[in-house]
Design a protein around this ligand. Sequence first.
Ligand SMILES: *Cc1c(COP(=O)(O)O)cnc(C)c1O
Length: 416
Amino acid sequence: MYPFSEKILLTKQQSLIACRSYFERVEEIAEKNTLKVLNTLRKHKIAEHHFHTTSGYAYSDAGREKLELVWADICGAEKALVRTQFVSGTHALASVLFGILRPGDELLSITGTPYDTMQTVIGYHEESAGSLKEFGISYNEVPMKNDKVDLEAVKKAIHSNTKMVLIQRSRGYSLRAPLTIDDIEKICTFVKSIKHDCICFVDNCYGEFVDISEPTAVGADIMAGSLIKNPGGGIAPTGGYVAGKAELVDLVSYRLTAPGIGSELGASLVDNRLLFQGLFLAPHVVAQAIKGAIFAAEFFTKLGYYTLPETSAIRSDIIQAIQLNNKEKMIAFCQGLQRFSPVDAHVSPEPWDMPGYSDQVIMAAGTFVQGASIELSADGPMRAPYIVYLQGGLTFEHSIIGIMGAAQAIEDIHNS
Ligand SMILES: *Cc1c(COP(=O)(O)O)cnc(C)c1O
């Protein structure tokens, strides 16, 4: 029945035993978050008639309005936009920047170089048409120091025109640890103590439901993320969200639609059930993904690889980095994972020149929703030390099998 070697099967058994207590912690968070979601759904009296699609301008779209009230409550925010009209996380994040910043303002990233797609939005490199830079919004960044925000350097870097600080919670394609909710709370308090009206904006991608509070509940003014990552629960077919202070979310809504229209329009083009049900499932699905990540950390450590975070680490995003040190192994890992995907399992990923990246990138993603990284997926730039970033997993069982598949493909390099 199992196409896996004795060694891999034995390592799996040992890893599952070693991970047990860490899994318990994750399951406890999932239960607390599920209770939070249920309490919020009850409070807003969510019923079947909120699930219908609407058309045209969609004034008074009850489903959309309820969804955003629920979302705001869950985030500890005053207001939220939860829209399939956001085409991706980058679009939601960019809407925050363009909605709030004005010519002459400075955006300061205090978690070092931002995620690749955000660099294009900012105008980080030359020639990115339509960037913040073209609109006269300047950018500066403070590198992180020992995986922490360098508060002293932040203090020096905040000037009178620093309208907003950008705080990226997750690691992205780097080996740093993600920021915890505690970290984010302290950072926001610190920034406000330097400049009380400086807006703290959190890129919350991959962080939703990993802990029992979200950044906007602990001092962040606004945050944004993708619905095909954690908070869509694997069910949302597309979309993004923004949550935070009402006046800021309103500014973002004028950029999403138009000034004067804001959040009042926008048809529920897909069955809202998918967004409500995805939200309901999200705490559980995120826990499944994190259990898969913890298992992968232990499993690949036992096989002799460096993994980050390590098995016992407290998680603040769903990403697991595994350093493979070898190009062939990185390709084999992705191909092995892909073989045990529910979709496109018959195709074999290869490194390719992806727009916007300086090195070739390889991606394993046999997902139901295209590119959904809450589903089991792995990717990384093809450069030494050949680190593969594993994330997602709608069911823990699938993660176990996919991870064994990746290890088997690596083992098979030597046997062929
Ligand atoms: C995924 C992600 C984004 C946005 O990516 P999209 O693919 O556009 O949804 C931004 N920042 C971080 C840290 C991310 O992980």
